[in-house]
Write a new protein. Sequence first.
Length: 100
Amino acid sequence: MDEPKSAFELAMERLKKQDAESGAVEHKLSDAQKAAIAEARSVYEARLAELQILQRQKQLTTFEPPEVEKMEQEYRRDLDRIATDRDAKIRKIRAESERQ
């Protein structure tokens, strides 16, 4: 007897059905592209870790509220920039599979 499907499996089936109905095409990534994506994620994770370390160091030496707020805003902006750069790099790698 078949096991009942999880909510995740049911949702994935619905999404695949919607993709098929809309004409979306699934592109398989090559091993080189998968490795490139893994490398990109690794590089950006290292950048995030470095940024977090620097942020903690700054927090230990900054006590003025206006400076703390400014530092937090810069930190959030840097986090967003790193995430945006990472996502753009991964999109570029994935786009290569669509052209092939």
